[in-house]
Design a protein around this ligand. Sequence first.
Ligand code: F6P
Length: 382
Amino acid sequence: MSKTIGILTAGGDSPGLNAAIRGVGKAAIGVYGMHVVGFRDGFRGLMENRSVALDRGQLSGILTVGGTILGTSRDKPHKMTVGQQTLDMTDVIVENYHNHHLDALVCLGGGGTQKNAYRLHKQGLNIITLPKTIDNDVAMTDVTFGFDTALGIATEAIDRLHSTAHSHHRIIVVEVMGHNAGWLALGAGIAGGADVILIPEIPYDIEVVAESIRQRHRTGSSFSIVAVSEGAMPRERAAALQDAEDALAEARKHKRKSRERDKGIKDSQARIDEIATHLSNATLALSDELERRTNLESRVTILGHLQRGGTPSAADRLLATRLGAACADTIHEGTFGVMIAADGAEARAVPLGEVVGKRKTVPLDHPWVKTARSIGVSLGDT
Ligand code: F6P
């Protein structure tokens, strides 16, 4: 009897999602004669039973389309807003999976989605995932789809900002997405020729940044481009965040519930949230401070969701298609509880237990870090 598989996209949208849906679907239908059902808006659609049959017709013409034809959401099965309440809807999701007679559920997403999908796998569902995010921070895969497209967009933006920075003899601070990982800012900063690149993995010293710009000015470069990751932090703030995270981990170590434990968790979480709130204005503050310290005019460009929109690059279409097709093969073999990872030119099934709870950030000795330093880019630390 032919198998029926479900597919959903969760978390932030990303270029290449439709290419991946198409890759899974075409191989599942064409090679294995499976039926494919799409669920709308991530785990919420499965919970609310909002589905669409994905046949050859539905999968046609979507390869080059940005976003996701299924829609997405950041809803978690175990913490879903229903009316005015936040409820654990895992049981309903499990029930709907069985009501649809699914033999497998494919979840396309980033780190959070891998975690939620793993939880469902532990509830006995045949789960298989694909790694998507512009942040490139999913563990155990060489790369995620969406990253290459966003890298191209951010690089083009930095290219274009050069001529206006040069004409006005200004500093331009360009904020790049990436959550707590610096891949996008570092990659686009190097490719676009930024003079300063600030990433979350390397807390910066504002005076070091200002001095590198003054130094450029003294040697005849009247403008500077600063590529800053949205998660980058000055040293003092990074140290405060580390303290709060350590305190949270310490509070959580106490197994027994107590008022003291709850207070410890609440206080350190509040401190972490406060630092995160501050980060939303950090790029503006950085620009103001650089202007003050260098006496040069500074402007800010926040690239934001531009980096997630529009047509996926050829590299992302290729990656998403090959991982999607490999996903269909893995379902046919009957291997579940895995993420289909990029491993060189190959695709590899990695147990979800090895993926979740880890974030792939930029190692301090990564070749891109070394390259940036070698060509005289300031990373704000020395
Ligand atoms: O994870 C992708 C991402 O674009 C991050 O780079 C960014 O921090 C976040 O999503 C923004 O989320 P939202 O679209 O929910 O504002």
